[in-house]
Design a protein. Structure first.
Length: 517
């Protein structure tokens, strides 16, 4: 299903509601505008398999751009709206975009991208939300108004080509073959949302995260495939999220663990007094959730949390319900469309209980765009690929993650998994956010370092450092504990919940030019 079907059946039903402003777009409006924009792309010379780029914050125009590509056989690349001009230019050029859509809020950066002269394939720049056209940009509203509706018989399903986070270098686009079906036809991933998360036409879905990220975009697209209403937050705010859950009688939502932490640290008066009884599915992923954090969320919201483990690559996934998780605290579940295998550095498959690199077998076919070497590195064989995480499978087939392979600390020949230490420290009342990683040590090779963002009103300094180290030594084996603690006003974490640990780590290893890309 897609907006064209729902526009015919329930034209006035809200497709998108913006969280702060309440601005609403119906299915009739979403269908009409995305169809006209699809027609504009074709009249501009774009053909099936071509690429457009979307550089825009969370706003009412976002999904109509996405659907214009999905109904006209194009690839759409949603770009992190916090990136600098050189970083945006790299992605626009690398994805071979022939058109870019941006917003008034991102116009200044987009103008810098143009000025760099590094995006030669782009013929069309559309600016939404401005008062008419601007130098170098065509007016988005004028383009839609002048276009006819796209011929439904010519519609063919497009796809996203999103970029990896770039935690170990420049991000790469994740390319999959186009489905070759009409957008009104059933989609396997959308059908999976029904089976796993009870998606349906009466759902109200709260999306608190940036739409350029793979998970929010996929879940929102899925909600609209099923004719549900999406409540899109412009920006995550812990208390306001609770307000929206109650106000719109939200049935489904999707989160990352840092959001849970921030909601749990609200005062009891801020957390109480709202009717959340309609809320029946709270999905979370993106990073391992600390066991105690998840336990507290289940105590608060009830057994409505569903966790999955997957990546933008679409290699495969696992899923776990609250009930299962309570019997296996810390697990990210069992595979649902693949097999999970654990392998050592030599590619030897390991038995249950042994830690190694986590691979999906029976993985979906994908490649990293313009990066055959990265595609090869991710694969154990043609049918088995990894996201680079480390973990183990227990005797019952449940997967447990320990950390990213790239961030495992080896101190005196002993492996230390930073995630375990971070999960401990994030529960300290004086800690708002934390990152743990290895730094050089002349004797041991590496030692564990913690970088902490103090909670509001907490004074950073030697006393807090001693308290934090003592706290970890109370809860963890001493060899795992950080030897030193540094403090920052804010860690480099994007609203997706993604922590750019490389930015922190590289400074201690002498890589002073490190930046988010």
């Amino acid at each position: 299903m897609y907006p064209g079907v729902h526009a015919a059946e329930k034209p006035d039903h809200p497709a998108v509601i913006m969280g702060r402003t309440g601005e609403t777009q119906t299915y009739a409006e979403l269908d009409e505008r995305s169809s006209r924009l699809a027609s504009f792309w074709v009249s501009s010379g774009l053909q099936k398999g071509d690429h457009i780029a979307l550089f825009m914050e969370n706003q009412i125009r976002f999904m109509e751009v996405v659907w214009s590509a999905l109904r006209s056989g194009l690839y759409v690349t949603a770009i992190n709206s916090y990136l600098s001009a050189p970083e945006v230019a790299y992605i626009v050029d690398d994805c071979m975009a022939k058109a870019v859509v941006t917003s008034a809020a991102r116009h200044a950066v987009a103008s810098e991208v143009q000025a760099l002269g590094e995006t030669p394939a782009v013929d069309t720049w559309l600016l939404a939300g401005a008062e008419g056209a601007a130098p170098g940009f065509d007016d988005y509203e004028a383009a839609i108004a002048a276009a006819d509706r796209f011929d439904p018989e010519l519609e063919t399903m497009g796809s996203t080509m999103l970029y990896s986070s770039g935690s170990t270098g420049r991000p790469k686009g994740i390319l999959r073959a186009l489905p070759g079906t009409h957008p009104s036809q059933p989609d396997a991933r959308a059908l999976g949302l029904v089976a796993n998360y009870d998606y349906g036409p009466d759902m109200v879905y709260l999306s608190p995260a940036p739409m350029y990220h793979a998970a929010p975009l996929a879940f929102v697209t899925g909600a609209q495939r099923h004719g549900g209403t999406v409540v899109m937050m412009e920006k995550f705010d812990a208390e306001y999220s609770l307000d929206l859950l109650a106000r719109y009688r939200v049935t489904h939502s999707q989160w990352v663990p840092t959001m849970f932490v921030r909601m749990l640290k609200l005062d009891e008066s801020q957390r109480a007094g709202r009717d959340l009884s309609a809320h029946r599915v709270a999905i979370h992923a993106a990073a391992p959730c600390p066991v105690e954090v998840k336990r507290q969320m289940i105590d608060w919201w009830g057994p409505i949390l569903y966790e999955y483990y997957a990546g933008t690559e679409g290699m495969g996934s696992t899923i776990v319900t609250s009930e299962e998780w309570l019997t296996k605290p810390g697990t990210v579940g069992k595979p649902r469309n693949c097999e999970i295998v654990i392998a050592d550095e030599d590619g030897t498959i390991l038995p249950a209980g042994e830690i190694g690199t986590v691979y999906f077998r029976g993985a979906a076919d994908f490649e990293y765009h313009n990066a055959p070497e990265k595609t090869a590195e991710a694969h154990l064989d043609a049918n088995t690929a990894t996201l680079g995480d480390v973990g183990y499978v227990d005797d019952d087939g449940y997967l447990f993650l320990t950390d990213r392979k790239a961030y495992m600390i080896i101190s005196g020949g002993v492996n230390i998994y930073p995630q375990e230490v971070e999960d401990c420290l994030v529960l300290h009342p004086d800690v708002a956010d934390v990152a743990v990683f290895g730094v050089p040590d002349a004797e041991m090779g590496e030692q564990a370092k913690a970088v902490v963002q103090p909670a509001e009103g907490v004074q950073a300094g030697p006393d807090l450092e001693r308290a934090i180290i003592a706290y970890t030594r109370e809860h963890l084996a001493h060899f795992k504990c950080p030897k030193t603690v540094d403090f920052l006003d804010e860690l480099p974490r994007l609203p997706t919940g993604k922590l750019y640990k490389r930015l922190l780590r590289d400074k201690y290893w002498g890589k002073h030019d490190s930046k988010i890309v």
